[in-house]
Design a protein around this ligand. Structure first.
Ligand SMILES: [Fe+2]
Ligand SMILES: [Fe+2]
Length: 335
């Protein structure tokens, strides 16, 4: 559909809002992508901004728990892998802040909301990384849960978000595999290494299941996001899919999942699993997790310490823009 039919021009409503709304609904139903200049309902825009921002914040806060181990990686190979992974997460943050900016918010505003606690990031990153095996458990379980959540987002109705997700998912798959491979090496290592791998899985399993969000009945935004084709599957569906994927992988790893109620249910064709501690989830979300304060404090400090980089980049951009249309000699050829 040509852009003008959906009210292209920055979302202005020139008097016939209902017609734009119908065109929007039809485009979503036809699996067409909504692009930044298309008309969209205010609530659709607000939902996307909230979701993409929270996702972007999670990527950059998520660098902290693993960065904790970069200097202590047990070999050069492991260090190179971990560095690449943590750097990827910074890149994911950038794609996602870029996608959010197409909806009319600035990155500055979003970071300000993160730093002041008005926007959230995934509560998984408020848990500490106590041993080297945690790097493996995060890759296998946390990146694994992220992929389960994010693969359907590659078909999200909003074009810039969907396209960012395609690239992100390719990299997440590398993250998941490196975690699995790291845990496998530990699991097959000395008894102490095996125990360290098991302990990490014991600590990360339940928080990973919480990454899919509250149960369907309590999920505030789910139904509308599904209708808008932002979300494709419910929280509980994705959680079940993740459990079903992990059980055989845990067996191959020679590790157990810390849930006595976990068993195959022939009738359902899925694994049954025990109840998630939603009180813990809400506690961590409220800021009472083991690392909430530290994560935000470090993020704010990193932002302050990076002020000079932003200033230099902005000065460079201004100079570059000034040279484009007019006095090119001002560039001096040295930039
Ligand atoms: Fe990521
Ligand atoms: Fe990742």
């Amino acid at each position: 559909m040509p852009e003008t039919e959906r009210g292209g021009g920055g979302g202005r409503d020139d008097g016939d809002g209902a017609a734009y709304e119908r065109a929007f609904e039809a485009a979503v139903a036809a699996e067409e992508r909504i692009e930044p200049r298309d008309w969209m309902p205010d609530a659709y825009r607000a939902t996307l901004i909230r979701q993409i921002a929270q996702h972007a914040h999670s990527e950059i806060i998520g660098m902290q728990p693993e960065a904790n181990w970069i200097t202590r990686a047990p070999s050069l190979r492991r260090k190179a892998i971990l560095l690449a992974k943590v750097q990827d997460e910074a890149g994911h943050g950038l794609y996602l802040y870029g996608a959010a900016e197409t909806l009319g918010v600035s990155r500055e505003e979003l970071l300000d909301k993160l730093h002041s606690g008005r926007q959230k990031y995934s509560s998984i990153f408020n848990y500490p990384t106590l041993t080297w095996a945690d790097v493996g458990a995060i890759g296998w379980l946390v990146d694994g849960a992220a992929i389960t959540n994010q693969v359907p987002l590659c078909r999200c109705s909003y074009g810039p978000y969907a396209r960012a997700m395609v690239r992100i998912c390719k990299e997440e798959s590398f993250h998941q595999r490196q975690g699995y491979e790291l845990l496998l090496a530990l699991s097959r290592g000395t008894p102490a290494q095996h125990a360290m791998a098991q302990d990490a899985v014991d600590r990360w399993w339940w928080p990973s299941l919480m990454m899919f969000g509250p149960p369907d009945g309590e999920s505030a935004h789910s139904a509308r996001s599904m209708a808008w084709r932002i979300k494709r599957h419910s929280n509980d569906e994705l959680r079940q899919r993740f459990v079903d994927i992990c059980v055989p992988q845990a067996a191959s790893l020679g590790l157990t999942l810390p849930d006595p109620e976990l068993r195959w249910n022939e009738e359902r064709g899925h694994h049954d699993f025990g109840p998630v501690d939603w009180d813990e989830f809400h506690r961590v979300l409220r800021g009472e997790g083991p690392c909430n304060e530290q994560r935000l404090e470090r993020r704010r400090r990193a932002h302050e310490e990076g002020a000079w980089v932003r200033e230099a980049a902005a000065a460079y951009a201004r100079r570059h823009a000034g040279g484009r249309g007019g006095d090119r000699t001002a560039e001096g050829g040295t930039a």
